[in-house]
Design a binder for this molecule. Structure first.
Ligand code: CTP
Length: 397
């Protein structure tokens, strides 16, 4: 996805400039050609040598640089960029861009480019909330710039408020989303469920399962990065909410069903990667259940089978998490639940199933086509799935 993409990373003079090292490093590791431009103020916080060592490319700091190795036409980077990202972006660079200024290499590159530009504002809360900055941001949004909302937390000034540079994953997520806008799922509406449902016993206890949500999140991100409009319906997990994906958090199977029904009303695809409880306590105690002398018996009732019950013209793709008779059980579910495809997953096999970063699955489609994939990362599994989804949508139309 990021391989061989040229990403111009603009760094301006905010304390979060040091975090740009991580962004440059992760993008380079992902195969991108990272070209860094630093403003004069950024040089007060961090040196070009750091970025040159990480990216393997010369860092541009001056429009009139004459050193032969660094010599670069003032619009050269604007032309080769697949995307320009400014992180951190100070109030000053935002104002200069909003005014159409070209008074340093970064502003000049942004003004000259036809590539998409992503801006990640990071500054003191008061500067961010100042109506002048807000107006500048609104103007840039209107002109098609992508603005990443800063996060809230402890600020360098010691206070607490909005203005922090978001985590690297969020910024890279925005880059992937921008680069994927013309992918094979462009404009398709894809609903993904993830995580394990939680069925309340009382106000402090629930029946859960060991699903981490990783497979569902990987699918949601892969679909986003191919231009899809993704809704992720997730139970609480330890994973960061992905950038650019509409996310709804639910807990129980019943809540998940309600949200899935609404979200699929106009969907093209439903992918149920969530591990949904088959049973829920018949009643939820209003108060914490106290320990008694004997044992405790819970009466459980069936939950709705969401993927079977939700109706519509969209493609239905389910997962079969099995511990035995993988393919036979998966095929049975494919037929009984009326699915277009099922992803069969032996959760007991090494490197596969709950909590792992890898998975080994077999894709079985309605027409009997069966493809066993080797052990690969959950993101790679998601990419394979999205290849198939792209083809299946094409056929359905
Ligand atoms: N599923 C669902 N609603 C449920 C249970 C499961 O929508 N109440 C979906 C899952 O999200 C998955 C597929 O059905 O996509 C298969 O889930 P799985 O737990 O493997 O199958 P079950 O039908 O629950 O059968 P069993 O637990 O007996 O294996």
């Amino acid at each position: 996805m990021l391989t061989n993409k040229t990403i111009v990373l603009g760094i301006t003079g905010g304390i979060a400039a040091y975090k740009a090292v991580d962004i440059a490093s992760k993008l380079t590791q992902a195969g991108a050609n990272v070209r860094v431009i630093m403003t004069k103020s950024a040089l007060e916080f961090i040196t070009p040598l750091t970025f040159e060592s990480i990216t393997g490319n010369a860092v541009v700091t001056d429009m009139f640089q004459t050193n032969a190795e660094h010599r670069i036409n003032h619009v050269a980077l604007s032309e080769i960029a697949d995307v320009i990202v400014i992180a951190p972006a100070t109030a000053n660079i935002i104002a200069r861009i909003a005014c159409g200024m070209a008074d340093d290499m970064l502003a000049c590159t942004v003004l000259a480019t036809k590539a998409p530009v992503i801006i990640s504002p990071s500054m003191h809360t008061n500067m961010y909330e100042n109506s002048i900055t807000q107006e500048n941001i609104a103007k840039l949004k209107e002109r098609g710039f992508t603005i990443i909302e800063p996060s809230a937390g402890r600020l360098a000034s010691g206070g607490y408020g909005i203005g922090r540079l978001p985590d690297t994953e969020v910024i890279i997520g925005a880059i992937q989303q921008t680069l994927g806008k013309s992918g094979n799922l462009k404009g398709k509406r894809i609903v993904v469920t993830a995580g394990g449902t939680q069925e309340d016993i009382d106000p402090v206890r629930y029946i859960g399962n060991r699903s981490s949500g990783k497979m569902g999140y990987a699918i949601a991100e892969a679909a986003r990065d191919r231009g899809a409009n993704v809704t992720l319906i997730t139970t609480p997990t330890a994973l960061a909410i992905p950038e650019g994906i509409k996310t709804v958090t639910v807990r129980s199977a019943l809540q998940m069903k309600d949200v899935v029904v609404k979200a699929t009303a106009k969907a093209d695809v439903l992918l149920m990667a969530a591990a949904v409880a088959d049973y829920t306590p018949k009643t939820t105690a209003k108060q914490k259940i106290k320990k008694g002398a004997g044992g405790l018996t819970l009466e459980l009732v069936k939950t709705p089978d969401i993927i079977s019950e939700v109706k519509g013209k969209f493609l239905k793709i389910g997962f079969a998490a099995e511990t035995q008779n993988l393919l036979a059980n998966a095929k049975k579910k494919l037929a009984s639940k009326g699915l277009d495809m099922i992803v069969a997953n032996d959760v007991t096999s090494k490197g596969s199933g709950f909590g792992t970063d890898t998975n080994k699955v077999t894709l079985i489609s309605k027409d009997g086509k069966q493809e066993s994939l080797p052990l690969m990362s959950k993101r790679e599994v998601a990419e394979k799935l999205m290849d198939r989804v792209g083809k299946m949508i094409g056929k359905k139309r």
